[in-house]
Design a protein. Structure first.
Length: 534
């Protein structure tokens, strides 16, 4: 009996709405978690790579600028010292050596010493007695490249030599001043070798012209030859001139995120590199949190859904219980409360009413905005573009002309004989004449051209793709002829004339100010000629 009772309850639970909804919610949660993990991993990988690349490139560019500044400073110091008044190269070696050793500030940037070489490569003087051996080929070239190939000092310390020529009064080479600095000096490239990028990354300083690593966070790579082509695709691109960031597999087989920046003064480039395992660590951390949440969230969601369903379906269960009681005779048969227009229906009708009101208000607001936008860019009397819109189209015409290499013309005009109309017939008649002028000007040009009222009785026209002054002059004559047609105002016909100034791009100016000034001056000259002719 108990077994049958349990089976009946189980059969009832299987067909329950609550059970079906719970199973549906559980399926949605499981599928949602799987999709979220897939999408999240993809999006996070892309976003983290992009963000890490931008951050690492910024670090590389900052470090590269610092190295470039240090190289420039040493070249400037050496060039400045070479230009200073010094004992002539033929002076005794002791005197020249004392002169070199006396510049202690400059020597702080060349700890390995300053040396003065003659044109034939002989040492004329040195700041210390232990002068490092310099590449004779580099000296023989008289330091056409002022920075030497990286080399090792007698004690094995990696170093670089900088050179500046000392010229004779006739312009010939009198001597060559060189300064040597250890690469790992604190005020030179020491920070590049000591500082890390992130937790486990480091820098690589590459001299592509010499095929060597100049400096590196890994001491084994200092002055080591560059990897052969094909081992590191991003390094091969960098040697070909690429500057930027990307993911690659280095010569040691480690996948890393590398950012490359130029050091133009020396012809080097700097690489900031970080293993992708470190760069992608936030992604792995987030995925772990999501997986953990995926176990907890379904439990919480199912509990919350069950509670909500029991609360929402409570009236339905009560109605079902009443029906069973009436069917079994336990209670009287009476009507069940049927709510046709419940709260949800009222909410939907209220929302629809509110939506209709908002839609009407939005349409009215858009119409108002369009009217305001039109008023802000057009003359209210003639409907033509105003000064602000004309200046904007003039700027666009300049940009288009510079990009496409095509010219255009600007006509700037003023009405002749307009004041008597206002004085004798009133401002309403003057407004009529201004509208007449606007219509005639529009009839005189193409639709692609711009006719604008600048203000008062001044108008302007932009003639697109008109490069010859003769073509612009023909349009100007057409405007004069069309505008001159009489208009009946007051008690008689009135005719009006135009004083027109023409400016063509680029012959009369390459900026808006130059073109407007040229056209304005030309207009006033035309007005003077008309007055002189009268």
């Amino acid at each position: 009996m108990d077994r049958q009772h349990l089976m009946a309850k189980w059969d009832k639970a299987k067909h329950s709405i609550i059970t079906q909804l719970m199973l549906f919610v559980l399926a949605v949660v499981v599928v949602g978690v799987g999709l979220r993990l897939t999408i999240l991993r993809t999006v996070l990988n892309d976003d983290v790579v992009a963000l890490s690349s931008a951050h690492q490139l910024a670090i590389a560019e900052y470090a590269a600028r610092d190295v470039d500044d240090k190289v420039k400073l040493r070249l400037e110091l050496l060039t400045g010292l070479a230009a200073m008044t010094a004992p002539p190269p033929g002076s005794p070696a002791l005197q020249l050596s004392e002169w070199l050793a006396g510049h202690r500030v400059i020597l702080s940037f060349f700890p390995a010493g300053l040396t003065l070489y003659g044109p034939d490569g002989t040492i004329l003087g040195a700041s210390n007695s232990h002068t490092a051996a310099i590449d004779p080929i580099w000296l023989a070239q008289k330091a056409k490249n002022p920075i030497s190939k990286p080399f090792r000092l007698p004690d094995g310390t990696p170093a670089l030599a900088f050179a500046a020529p000392i010229h004779t009064p006739q312009g010939g080479l009198a001597a060559l001043l060189t300064g040597i600095t250890p690469i790992a000096a604190d005020n030179f490239l020491g920070p590049i070798q000591e500082e890390s990028v992130g937790q486990t990354g480091n820098f690589l300083l590459v001299a592509p012209q010499h095929g060597l690593f100049v400096a590196a966070g890994d001491p084994r790579k200092v002055l080591a030859p560059l990897p052969r082509p094909g081992l590191n695709p991003l390094h091969d691109r960098a040697m070909a001139g690429y500057r930027g960031a990307g993911i690659t597999i280095n010569a040691d087989g480690v996948e890393e995120l590398s950012a490359i920046a130029d050091i133009p003064t020396a012809g080097w480039f700097l690489v900031a590199r970080t293993p992708t395992t470190e760069a992608m660590q936030p992604v792995r951390h987030v995925v772990k949190l999501v997986v953990f949440g995926s176990v907890v969230v379904p439990i919480v969601v199912l509990g919350a859904v069950l509670t909500i369903l029991l609360y929402v379906l409570r009236p339905l269960r009560q109605s079902a219980k009443q029906l069973h009681q009436m069917a079994s005779g336990e209670s009287m048969i009476r009507p069940l409360p049927v709510i046709r227009d419940d709260e949800v229906g009222e909410l939907a009708k209220g929302f629809n009413f509110l939506l209709g009101v908002l839609h009407d208000q939005e349409r009215a607001l858009l119409e108002t905005q369009e009217n305001l936008r039109h008023m802000a860019h057009h003359d209210p009397l003639t409907g033509l573009p105003n000064r602000a819109m004309f200046e904007d189209r003039l700027d666009q015409a300049l940009l288009r002309a510079e990009r496409q290499g095509q010219g255009f013309a600007l006509l700037y005009m003023d009405l002749d004989g307009f004041k008597p109309i206002n004085d004798q017939c009133g401002h309403a008649a003057g407004d009529t004449m201004l509208r007449h002028v606007a219509e005639r000007l529009l009839d005189s040009v193409r639709k692609s051209d711009t006719v604008a009222r600048i203000g008062g009785d001044e108008f302007a026209i932009l003639l697109d793709e008109v490069t010859a002054p003769q073509a612009a002059a023909l349009v100007a004559e057409q405007c004069r002829a069309n505008v001159a047609s009489p208009v009946f105002l007051g008690d008689r016909d009135w005719s009006i004339g135009l004083s027109i100034g023409i400016a063509c791009y680029p012959g009369d100016g390459k900026s808006a100010g130059e073109l407007l000034r040229h056209a304005d001056n030309a207009m006033y000259q035309a007005k003077k000629c008309i007055k002189a002719a009268q």
